[in-house]
Design a protein around this ligand. Structure first.
Ligand SMILES: C[S@@+](CC[C@H](N)C(=O)[O-])C[C@H]1O[C@@H](n2cnc3c(N)ncnc32)[C@H](O)[C@@H]1O
Length: 227
């Protein structure tokens, strides 16, 4: 099975069903603990569905993000993990040799994230504010990839500050940008252009991927930090 014409990683599969594209990750944590998320057994493994309507990562994959986005054995800093829906799939993708450091500040979401993490040996939840990255220096090492999904007005600044502390040179950024959270002074298109301009000073970026029709006024930005 291929994802956008490439050989799928052994932990990621793509499928088209009823004209809709969806993805499956080989689960490290067994059947899904996430409400409403399907899992199935195939080829001696449990696979969990990753649907574009439930995950911006899946939406980006369906809309053109080059796959596989996260590599086996990679350490990832994940900002805005919420209850762990996408973060647990990212943990599946990096596999048992990688670790996903999943930062979330809402105690309520964090409680559910912790419950999932009990089943994913490589998911390390941190109850922290991503605007204070210094508070997790010493807990998070340098990582190969930074994934961020934080709908805040200072999304780009938060990404840059965390990248400067934790992303190794040449490491990759995956940013789900909520354009409507960036204020009313500019149109969503202008916000996206401004974000790309700012990020380009530090990253080589792929073309941004608009996440419509799955997420209104969202774009997914992927890039590689300049060494
Ligand atoms: C859109 S949700 C993330 C969904 C998740 N990435 C997924 O795909 O499963 C955004 C999350 O960011 C968290 N968040 C917002 N501001 C934050 C901050 N300053 N520090 C840490 N987490 C924050 C929110 O509590 C919320 O859970």
């Amino acid at each position: 099975m291929t994802v956008k014409g490439r050989e799928a990683s052994s932990a990621l599969r793509a499928e088209t069903r009823g004209g809709r594209q969806l993805f499956w990750t080989r689960s490290l944590g067994g059947p899904s603990p996430i409400t409403g998320e399907r899992s199935r057994v195939a080829d001696g493994a449990v696979w969990r569905v990753l649907e574009p309507s439930r995950s911006k990562l899946a939406a980006a994959l369906a809309l053109g993000l080059k796959a596989p986005p996260l590599l086996p054995g990679e350490n990832v800093l994940y900002l805005g993990a919420a209850t762990g829906t996408t973060a647990s799939h990212v943990a599946d993708l990096v596999g048992p040799q990688g670790i996903v450091y999943a930062v979330e500040k809402s105690p309520r979401a964090f409680a559910r994230l912790l419950a999932s993490a009990g089943r994913w040996p490589n998911l390390a939840p941190l109850l922290r504010d991503v605007r204070e990255p210094e508070s997790y220096v010493g807990l998070v090492p340098m990582v190969g990839a930074l994934y961020m999904d934080i709908p805040q007005p200072d999304q780009v600044e938060i990404a840059l500050r965390n990248a400067s502390l934790f992303l190794r040179p040449g490491g990759r950024l995956y940013l789900a940008l909520k354009l409507s959270s960036l204020g009313r002074a500019r149109t969503p298109k202008e916000h996206l252009e401004a974000a790309v301009r700012e990020l380009r000073e530090h990253f080589q970026l792929d073309a941004p991927i608009p996440l419509e029709p799955f997420y209104r006024r969202h774009a997914f930005i992927a890039g590689r930090s300049r060494a």
